[in-house]
Design a protein around this ligand. Structure first.
Ligand code: NAD
Length: 409
């Protein structure tokens, strides 16, 4: 199953339970616009290289479309389409006035200099500036893109349309970014972990977490869960991992990762491969790297009782079925990692109103929206006896469907 087929599978499963009808189902499943551009830049050595860039705008019934921008060698049209539709359902689950979109460039950014990366980003904006905008489609960071990339996007877009900080979120704090945005996805994940803890009687304090990925989502999740008393027994990144059944010294791990660029080689534990991490002895598994890492066979070996999807689409639908049979509780991406887009929404609001919120306000509002979303999803799950993922889709499809019908088809 491709990524787009997997997302369509979850959507269809919930749409059929809701009996939305074939016409509305087709309407909600189809993207509004799929754009592919060739981005050619001059490298520092004078060579010309051309990269494929994508922006897929999935749905705008509930508001301007919102979604990250990914720089990765595996980015393709199918993956971007799947991630764009996930954004439609995610923004609806947390009840933000946004639709869904996603973009990316097929590139390994580690092979480019900073100047080359800047040229690539600006050239990409030149080609999509007429379809994005503060009231149309608002990009944000995703895998391998960061506040600096967002700053270039804002600057390049503003050359065409005048000063427009609200065109992109996840900007640096010194350039219209929001306090709390950087840690928002990890923080939102912690708030969800606390809600789950209440429901299943497994408090974060003393619970053993394994986290795959130590980037924006994984590292902040690890830090905040550790500060909340959780025990981080394993972490990994693209280079490898480290585990310690007694719990890793997270501040020391951060020091090591800052100095060496990876969690690999940290002396406070034993080396651990990526698959080993996914199947290690822990209570809660947090895949927070890339999609499709938990396949059917990996799922069969997973020992955690709870999986919280920090990454987008880390579990394949086949793995999801295995978890359902094994009684593993899966908190879906469209709920678990919605903290990032929620604080992106706060950033957009601050930019449009020319105001700055302090971090306490951001975190308080984030907690409120994440808890509300969890309560709504958990309530559907309890009353309709559905898994959390299907329940989240039922909530989202209901909201997007209503907006679509009210606006007129
Ligand atoms: P990032 O680029 O900051 O970090 C990605 C991490 O994954 C890095 O530590 C990298 O080394 C690691 N990684 C890459 N390939 C790996 C592999 N094969 N095995 C193990 N680790 C690997 O990206 P991010 O922003 O943290 O995003 C991670 C995931 O979370 C993505 O699926 C993204 O779509 C999703 N997400 C991110 C945000 C956000 O606000 N950044 C919000 C929602 C969802």
């Amino acid at each position: 199953m491709t990524s787009a087929e997997a997302t369509a599978h979850y959507f269809k499963k919930a749409a059929r339970i809701m009996d939305v009808g074939e016409r509305i189902e087709t309407l909600l499943a189809s993207p509004l616009r799929e754009v592919k551009v060739q981005v050619s830049i001059e490298l520092d050595n004078g060579e010309i290289r051309t990269f494929n860039g994508y922006r897929v705008q999935h749905d705008n019934a509930r508001g301007p479309m919102k979604g990250g921008l990914r720089y990765h060698p595996l980015v393709d049209a199918d993956e971007v389409l799947s991630l764009a539709s996930l954004m439609t359902w995610k923004t609806a689950v947390v009840n933000l006035p946004f639709g869904g979109a996603k973009g990316g460039i097929t590139v390994d950014p580690t092979g480019l200099s900073t100047k080359e990366l800047e040229r690539l980003t600006r050239k990409f904006v030149d080609q999509i500036q007429d379809i994005i905008g503060p009231t149309r489609d608002i990009p944000a960071p995703d895998v391998n893109t960061n506040p600096q990339v967002m700053a270039w996007i804002m600057d390049q877009y503003s050359k065409y349309h005048g000063h427009s900080p609200a065109v992109v979120t996840g900007k640096p704090i010194d350039l219209y970014g929001s306090r709390g945005r950087e840690a928002a996805t990890g923080r939102g994940l912690l708030y969800i972990a606390r809600e789950i803890a209440r429901d299943v009687g497994l408090p974060v304090k003393g619970t053993r977490f394994a986290i795959q990925g130590f980037g924006n989502v994984g590292s902040h999740a690890a830090r905040l869960i550790h500060e909340d008393g959780g025990i981080i027994v394993a972490v990994s990144d693209v280079n490898g991992g480290v585990r310690n059944p007694k719990g890793l010294d997270v501040p020391a791990l951060f020091d090591h990762a800052r100095k060496s660029g990876s969690v690999k080689g940290f002396q406070g534990g034993n080396p651990c491969g990526n698959e080993e991490l996914l199947t290690c002895d822990c209570d809660v598994l947090v895949p927070a790297a890339l999609g499709n890492v938990i396949t059917k066979s990996v799922a069969a070996e997973v020992r955690a009782k709870i999986v919280i999807e920090g990454a987008n689409a880390p579990c394949t639908p086949e793995a999801d079925e295995v978890f359902e049979k094994k009684g593993v509780l899966v908190v879906p991406d469209i709920l678990a990692n919605a903290g990032g887009v929620t604080v992106s929404y706060f950033e957009w609001v601050q930019n449009l109103q020319h105001v700055t919120w302090d971090e306490d306000r951001v975190n308080t509002e984030l907690e409120k929206l994440m808890r509300e979303a969890y309560d709504r999803v958990a309530n559907i799950s309890r009353t309709r006896k559905l898994p959390l993922r299907t329940s989240a889709y039922v909530l989202a499809i209901g909201r997007v469907g209503k907006a679509t019908v009210l606006r007129g088809i």
